[in-house]
Design a protein around this ligand. Structure first.
Ligand code: DMJ
Length: 467
């Protein structure tokens, strides 16, 4: 443990390790990364075998009891985990598992359901998952189903502002809840732009872009966005500017619109928003860099509490060119991982205390490490990903898969009987790509969505996935 910390401190330049981290591997230098990738793959295969045996085609396996729960519909399963897992199975070379999932999608995907879904969650997970699986294997029905789902979500955008309602009925198109937020407004463009390109229909792209711009145009005089807005009137309902929950992927998709689609408007909007965030929200304390929540019109500080969801943001800043600032923010989160082993869902950097002791099996720190590593190939980021993976294996592994944590401050950590479907699409893929050097992925030219869906960068299968 000591060696690990010395190694990390030397490599990352000063993250302060406090408290008890789990007993992880000791240094970065002697880690066999390809062996670690094989371990990630074996864990995916093991978890998938339980999903296959106990919950195949259901939304989310319950990893402690072996039951299943539904999401994003309350009344019916749509196979969410299967859809989210497919491109991860493919890139890991789990070809028999991928083929079984693909066969299921040929006969079971039916979205004509009289029930309500979150427009944002359904798009990033189901439209994105189907598009990435289509990118992996080219099966036409996956693209057709992605389009079918996007068509069912489109009525949510029929507002005077172009900002979407939060919920829509998949069969009737009835909409509900206009009190929405930047993330649920602006996290569509990469998937819907890809869909427009593949389907030859500009409606998806144009609808997504209109919403992004409509929100940007409502920014304050100091270029910040608040956390709640009415999609019908376009009036702000809240005042909190944050890089965490409710805002996170809005900023991510501004950059991604530029990265994936070459959209210069997105780059300009990203630059304007990021300049304001760095000016008003950056807070350097005790050698660490954090981002405070502030009032979106005055810049006055509101809170020093951070959502774990914001831990992705250092990777985004680095992608956008602010590499040192992004690395400093990710290092701040690494110090929290060192203390608790698993990041708490909420953390107050002023007091150093968790404000929410749960963890919903979150991928954000692994996401940031992977994005940093893609940029500079510094082994330090592999070490962050390794520690994240090994801590997860130690604390989140349950009888039938991987589980949320009910309290990260207890030893052993108390688990909760839930496995979010994003687990299959996000951290397992980030770890594997970070450690494996797989020839199935183009490490130079690629694009991963906010849900970890690969929309660009898969290479044809050649029979070997690990050297
Ligand atoms: C995922 O659905 C996506 O990463 C989203 O952008 C944020 N929340 C979860 C993971 O925590």
């Amino acid at each position: 443990m000591t060696d690990l910390r010395l190694g990390r401190r030397a490599l990352l330049g000063g993250a302060v390790a406090i408290g008890a981290a789990p007993a992880l591997a000791r240094t970065g230098d002697d880690t066999d990364w390809h062996a670690l990738a094989k371990d990630v793959r074996a864990e995916m295969q093991w978890a998938w075998s339980h999903y296959r045996a106990h919950a195949f085609g259901l939304d989310q396996i319950r990893p402690i009891s072996g039951g299943a729960d539904r999401f994003p519909l309350k009344t019916q399963h749509v196979g969410l985990t299967l859809i989210e897992a497919m491109d991860t199975l493919w890139v890991m070379g789990l070809d028999a598992e991928f083929a079984a999932a693909l066969a299921w999608t040929r006969t079971h995907l039916d979205f004509a359901i009289d029930g309500e879904v979150s427009v944002f969650e359904t798009s990033i997970r189901i439209v994105g998952g189907l598009l990435s699986a289509h990118h992996a294997c080219g099966a036409p029905h996956l693209l057709a189903k992605a389009r079918d789902m996007a068509d069912r979500l489109l009525p949510a955008f029929a507002t005077p502002t172009g900002l979407p309602y939060r919920f829509v009925n998949l069969k009737t198109g009835a909409v509900r809840d206009p009190a929405t937020n930047p993330a649920e407004i602006g996290t569509f463009l990469p998937e819907w732009g890809t869909l427009s390109r593949l389907a030859g229909d500009p409606r998806y792209h144009d609808t997504a872009k209109r919403a992004v711009v409509a929100l940007f145009e409502r920014r304050s005089k100091i270029d910040l966005l608040a956390d709640t807005i009415d999609a019908v009137s376009g009036r702000w309902l809240g005042r909190r500017a944050s890089v965490g929950s409710g805002a996170d992927s809005y900023y991510e998709y501004l950059w991604d619109g530029w990265q994936l689609l070459g959209d210069a408007d997105c780059k300009r909007m990203y630059d304007v928003c990021t300049r304001a965030i760095l000016h008003y929200q950056q807070d350097r304390r005790g050698g660490q860099l954090w981002f405070a929540d502030v009032d979106f019109e005055t810049g006055a500080r509101l809170s020093t509490e951070q959502d774990e969801l914001a831990a992705f943001y250092g990777g985004l800043l680095a992608q956008g060119g602010a590499r040192a600032t992004g690395a400093a923010y990710t290092r701040a989160w690494v110090s929290v991982q060192d203390r608790f082993g698993i990041l708490p869902e909420g953390y107050d950097y002023a007091t150093g205390a968790p404000t929410q002791v749960t963890n919903a099996l979150r991928p954000e720190l692994a996401d940031a490490a992977f994005n940093h590593w893609l940029l500079d190939h510094d082994v330090a980021w592999r070490i962050v990903g390794r520690d994240h993976f090994l801590a997860m294996k130690r604390w989140n592994r349950a009888p039938f898969g991987y589980a949320d944590i009910a309290d990260v401050t207890t030893r052993p950590m108390r688990q909760a009987d839930h496995c979010p479907a994003y687990w299959w699409s996000e951290q397992m893929k980030y770890y594997y790509l970070l450690f494996s050097d797989t020839p199935r992925f183009d490490y130079q030219t690629n694009y991963l969505s906010t849900e970890g869906n690969v929309l660009l960068g898969f290479r044809p299968a050649d029979g070997s996935s690990l050297n």
